[in-house]
Structure formats: C-alpha cells, structure tokens
Design a protein around this ligand. Structure first.
Ligand code: T5A
Length: 213
C-alpha cells in the first residue's frame, strides 16, 4: 500500500514541465518529506536506454503501437525499480510525464486505439496511479517556440516528437484538456503561458488545496 504521494506533470512540448517539476520538488522538500524527481520516458537504467531509442526516432519504423509498447516496457521498469519503492518508503514522487502522455501522443494524436492503451495501463500501472496531475496548458505553437529556442541555444535538433506537424501538437493539447475534464479529481489545468514564477505559485497553491495541507 503506497504511503507517499505520486504527482505527475503533463502537457505539450516546451510547456515548462521540467522547469516546474524541479521547483515543485524543492518546495515539497520544505515540508520535511523525502522527495524523488523523475521523468518519462526514463527513470531507471532500462527505461533510460529505451528513451534514447524512442527520442532518436529509431523506433518510428515500428509504428505508433510499437512505440506505445516500448513506452510501456520503459514504464514497467520505472515503476518497479523507482516509483513503487519510493512510494512505499513514503516519498513524494514528482514525475515529468507519465501515462497521460501515452494517451495523448500515441493514442489521440498517434491513432493507437484507446482500448489497447487502457489494457496496457491495467497490466503495467495497475493501482499505481497518480494522486495529482498538473496539466500545463499553452498553445502548441508557443510551446514549440520555447522548445526550439532552447534546442538552438543547446545546439540540438528537434527530437522524434518535436518534429511532428502543428496539427499533431494541437491535437495533443485537446487531448490533455479532455483528460483533465474526464478526471477532475486527479487533474488540475494550469495556465502555462505566464512567467515561470507565476506558474510555480499556482501549482503550489493547487497542491496545498488538493492535499488539504
Ligand atoms: N512521450 C513521452 C510520448 O510520446 N509518450 C509517452 O508516454 C511519454 C512519457 C519526451 C518525449 O516523449 C514523448 C513526449 C516528448 O516528445 P522530452 O525531451 O522529455 O521528450 O520532452 P518534453 O517532456 O516535451 O520536455 P521539454 O523539455 O521539451 O519541455 P518541458 O519540460 O515542458 O519544458 P522546459 O521546462 O524544459 O522548458 C522549455 C523551455 O522553455 C523555457 C525553459 O527555460 C526552456 O528553455 N520556459 C519558459 N519560458 C517562458 N515562460 C515560462 N513559463 C517557461 N517555462 C519554461
């Protein structure tokens, strides 16, 4: 039975998830609880190796179902080796992307039937569901501009998913908002167009309220 809390951040490219995940982890630490910052795909040695394959585009040839399966192989390892042990110790886990990303990227935008994704969730995730999910919402174009600016500063090319069409990215945004609408007890939509500090303050106020702290 998990004792800790499982918090995920979701949204399109460049929405500010990594930035906010770090700030949130630091703020949770001030509560005096153990925190764990992790990410998907990734978070365990096997999952990080699969991340490299997925983001390089080498798995694109397997199609959306093949990619969805690889995301779930990575997630299985991440849950077993990292997330469940941390929750069992009472840690608060802050995870940059989780299962909603598969629903949006491989499901709604990629065309994998939702029944297949539901089955993978039941088999791999089981009861280890997030307690709270922040959906960072902003127009896809704006997020892609942020991601492109960062990539150019780091001298990097767009990855497998950043390189998809504007239509693909707009459908991601719609799907994340639909997920939030379908599960309002778990999800909170955060306006990510504002400066990072305002977004962080909103996330923190929402967490305090949702967890009744
Ligand atoms: N994926 C993932 C799937 O297809 N299926 C899945 O199941 C899963 C789990 C992961 C990719 O894999 C896909 C989704 C992704 O395409 P990634 O590199 O981890 O790849 O990509 P992202 O998760 O999209 O991470 P990004 O780094 O691109 O975006 P973030 O984390 O949302 O944004 P962040 O914080 O890095 O910020 C981006 C830039 O914007 C600035 C930052 O300084 C940075 O330069 N910024 C802001 N600028 C203005 N105002 C703000 N409020 C800002 N906040 C941050």
């Amino acid at each position: 039975m998990p004792l800790g809390k499982f918090i995920t951040l979701e949204g399109g490219e460049g929405a500010g998830k990594s930035t906010q995940a770090k700030t949130l982890r630091d703020r949770i630490a001030t509560l005096g609880v153990e925190t764990l910052l992790t990410r998907e795909p990734g978070g365990s040695p096997r999952a990080e190796a699969i991340r490299a394959v997925l983001l390089s585009g080498k798995a694109k040839r397997y199609g959306p179902i093949g990619e969805a399966l690889l995301f779930y192989v990575a997630r299985d390892s991440h849950l077993e080796l990292t997330i469940r042990p941390a929750l069992a110790r009472g840690a608060w886990v802050v995870c940059d992307r989780f299962h909603d990303s598969t629903r949006a990227y491989q499901g709604a935008a990629g065309g994998v039937p939702i029944a297949a994704i539901d089955a993978l969730e039941r088999i791999v995730i089981g009861p280890t569901r997030p307690d709270l999910t922040f959906i960072l919402d902003l127009p896809a174009e704006e997020g892609l501009k942020r991601a492109a600016a960062r990539a150019s500063a780091d001298n990097q090319a767009a990855d497998r998913f950043e390189a998809m069409s504007p239509r693909f990215h707009e459908s991601l945004r719609r799907e994340f908002l639909e997920i939030a609408q379908a599960e309002p007890w778990r999800c909170a939509v955060i306006d990510a167009t504002r400066p990072a500090q305002a977004v962080a303050d909103d996330i923190w106020a929402t967490l305090i309220q949702r967890f009744d702290l």
